[in-house]
Structure formats: C-alpha cells, structure tokens
Design a protein around this ligand. Structure first.
Ligand code: GLA
Length: 459
C-alpha cells in the first residue's frame, strides 16, 4: 500500500475510524483482560537508548543479542519467578524503510534472525515479548511510524507473536490521538492475539495543554504515560513523584486492574541513583501501582541494586490484587507520607502500605513519629507492621499507639500495615490476638518534625 503525504495518512486514519464507529465497536477499547496487576519486565530505552553502533559497540547496541542476553538473565537469575516476564524492544529496532509490501521490518544487521525469531526466543523461555512503535509518521528517533498503516502493523505484530505494544506519540498531533489510539487498539483487538497496550497519549496531550479524556484512555489502554521521560537522576525521579502527588486527585482514580498509570521505567542499578534513592524509587513505584519495567544492564548490576529490584515484599505491594494506587497524605518540611490501601481487608478495613519519604538532605536520618489513626488507619484490632526493606516486624500496633521510623536522607521507609484478622466471634464482637510486645514504640514527644502533625484527608 503506497501512502501519500502526512495529511493523506491522517485522513486515511479518520476514514477508518468512521468505519470502526459504524461497525459498532466504538470506543469500547481493548477489553483484553490483560495486566490485571501492573506489568513487570525489562525495557531497553532508559539504559541503552538509541545505540545502533554494533560495529564499535557490539556489547551495548540495540540488537537481538542484547535482548536475548537480558532474557537469559531474567530467567536464570531469579527475576522471572518474581514476576518480571516481559522483555521489550524500545525505539531504534526498525529498518529505516518498510518492505516492498508496506510491512515493518527490523534492521537486518542488528536483528538478522528477524523479530518473529526473537519473539519465539522469549516464548520458549516462558517470557513475553514487547515491541515499540509510534502513532505518528515517525518514531521519536525517526524510524517509520504506524500512521497510515494501523491495520497492517497490528496484524504484523500479531503474526510475530508480540505480547506487549508500547505506542509512542512523536510526529503526530495530540488532538488526533483521541481517535488514533483507540483505533489502533481496535486493530490490535481484531487480530485476536491478546497484546498489552501501553500508550503515551495523555502525556503528549498534557504537553500540548489538552485535557486528556481519561474515560476513553482507561477503556483503550492497559497503561499510559502521564509525564515526561525519566532520566538517570534523583532529580528526575523526584519530579515524577511530585507530579503524581500534585495531580493525584485527577490521576489516581484512573488506576485499577487492567489499566495503570505509568510513571516510566525503573532506573535502579544505573548511574544516577544512590542506594537510598534506589529504594525510594522502588517503594514509590509500589505505592503508585506502577508497571515495574527495569531498564538496567542486568549483566553488570551490583548485587545490592539487584536485591532492591528483587525485593519480594515490595513487589507484593506493587502487585496487590486490589489495584488501588496510593496517595500522598502528608507533605511538610521535606517529609512525605504516602499510603496505599492493600489486601487483606477485614471488616471493611483495608491494610495499607505506608511510605515515609525523606526529601531532606541533612546528613542524618529524620525521625518521623505518628500514630496509625493520624494516618487514617483506625481498625480497633490494630495492624501488624513490617518494614519491607529491613524485614523488621514491629508487632501489632493499635491505632493510638505512637510509633516512629528513622528515614535516611533521600531515602524511604516502607511499611506494610496488615489489618489484624479476627480469630473468632463471641457475642457478635470480634476478638483479637493479644498484641505481642512492641519493639519500637517511642515517646510521642521526642519527635521534632511532627509535633504539629495533622492528619490530612485521604481516600
Ligand atoms: C519517547 C518515550 C521514551 C522512549 C523514546 C524513544 O521519548 O517517552 O520512553 O520510548 O521516545 O525514542
């Protein structure tokens, strides 16, 4: 199929969309039943970018061998069994031109076996295979985009055995995305192959001061970017955290099983984050119910960073089946408290993951002292509290008991507060286990930062 200029391509998209509407599929979206918990895996972009120089840098260039090596490590070094199961291409995998039938093709030098073979490599190892494209004339790095070829590209992805599609939004008009992203979702769906659909639609619209239609986005995409690309720095991670906190009333309600906000890749293990900051990113991405897409060289990652990525207790918070995204419930003097409702739920009371995040840079930990009631955790039977990074069990803490945590500069303390399950019923009243002795309850008046702590309204 030979397409004309940009305008003609867009026109073609519009005509197809009208047909889609007439056929009665409208904006019902993918309804693909996928991503019931946030997707987990490995994505090339943040760490390997658009390095296409396989002659001088064969070890790090975007090539099939890079993805195969990462897949092997995911399988052999314990990542897969923790849930990291998607290996995804990002930009710069394509040849500069489509083939003679108008089909996308990979760069023949860097992907000599072809994409179907790479996908097969993943499937043979029980992994899923992800691909990157762009709803525009070009990808962000200038390779062929899908505009004008939506149906043929969706079909090609299905034939290649793709399981996950990241669709970027460079070289397209953000106003067109309200029809374009659902249209491509329709064609993905029509292939009959379940493919997780990752969108950049709201991000580009927000950049252009267009109010995203989140109802349509939720119905179309399994995940979507709201904010700028992550860079390899604590500053960048903090900007994302601030965006999520400052806009939480609008964006948090949109998250849920099958549809997630995507604050972008995990940069843990790269060059820009300290150990404390890496724990902070992992903890906050768990609070955000964010996709956990590592972008790091797994061949050389240091063990302490790998341990953060492989922290099972933190992953369990991220993957909690309720799929409720957490919110910032306190922010003052560089200390933030974030809360995410999680399972188990007892007698209408949620359990919570609570992150105490220290944005301060004083050279000593900050002490934060709170009662659970101040955080909105009021179940009379109390909560079993565990620190998810150091594994310490605080025992059962009743709502009005004060407890304290020491939070390192640019670090985090992430605790799981599990509502105590009743152990029996007598006369209609729940009975609770005797709380074990509490290790770390402190004098409430010791704390410096929270003398004036007031619970803010949340959830
Ligand atoms: C955009 C996306 C990034 C990455 C690059 C590739 O900037 O937001 O995640 O995919 O394009 O060019």
């Amino acid at each position: 199929m030979k397409m004309g200029n940009k305008e003609e391509r867009r026109m073609t998209g519009a005509v197809l969309w009208v047909l889609v509407g007439v056929m009665g599929v409208g904006v019902r979206g993918l309804e693909n039943g996928l991503a019931r918990t946030p997707p987990m895996g490995w994505l090339a972009w943040q760490r390997f970018r658009c390095n296409t120089d396989c002659v001088n840098d064969p070890h790090n260039c975007i090539s099939e061998s890079l993805f195969m090596q990462m897949a092997d490590i995911i399988v052999n070094q314990g990542y897969q069994e923790l849930g990291y199961d998607i290996i995804s291409l990002d930009d710069c995998w394509l040849a500069r031109n489509r083939d003679s039938h108008g089909r996308l093709q990979a760069d023949p030098h860097r992907f000599p076996s072809g994409i179907a073979a790479l996908s097969d490599y993943m499937h043979k190892r029980g992994l899923k295979f992800g691909i990157y494209e762009d709803y525009g004339n070009f990808t962000c790095a200038g390779y062929p985009g899908i505009l004008g070829y939506l149906q043929i590209d969706a079909q090609t992805f299905a034939e290649w055995g793709v399981d996950y599609v990241k669709l970027d939004g460079c070289y397209s008009h953000p106003v067109d995305m309200d029809q374009g992203y659902p249209e491509f979702g329709y064609y993905l769906n029509k292939t009959g192959r379940p493919m997780v659909y990752s969108c950049s639609w709201p991000f580009y619209q927000i950049l252009s001061h267009i109010q995203p239609n989140y109802t349509s986005i939720i119905n179309t995409c399994n995940l979507w970017r709201n904010f700028d690309d992550i860079q390899d720095s604590w500053e960048s991670v903090q900007r994302i955290i601030d965006y999520y906190g400052d806009n939480q009333d609008e964006i948090v309600p949109n998250a849920g099983p099958g549809h997630w906000n995507d604050p972008d890749m995990l940069i843990i293990g790269n060059f820009g984050l300290s150990y404390e900051q890496s724990k902070s990113q992992m903890a906050m991405w768990a609070i955000f119910a964010a996709p956990l897409l590592m972008s790091v060289d797994l061949r050389t990652i240091r063990p302490e960073y790998r341990a953060i990525l492989q922290n099972q207790a933190v992953i369990a918070v991220n993957q909690d089946s309720l799929g409720i995204q957490g919110k910032r419930i306190y922010k003052d003097k560089g200390i933030e408290i974030w809360a995410r409702p999680i399972t188990p739920v007892t007698q209408g009371h949620y359990s919570y993951a609570i992150a105490f995040l220290n944005r301060r840079t004083d050279g000593t930990p900050s002490e934060v002292s709170v009662t659970l009631r101040e955080l909105g955790l009021a179940f009379p039977g109390g909560y079993a509290i565990t620190d998810l990074f150091d594994g310490v069990h605080y025992g059962t803490v009743l709502p009005d008991k004060r407890f304290k945590v020491d939070v390192n500069p640019s670090g985090v303390v992430l605790v799981r507060c599990e509502v105590i399950k009743s152990i029996g019923f007598g006369g209609g009243r729940a009975q609770f286990r005797e709380p074990p002795p509490q290790r770390t309850l402190r004098n409430p008046f010791q704390n410096q930062l929270f003398n004036n702590f007031r619970q803010q309204r949340h959830f």
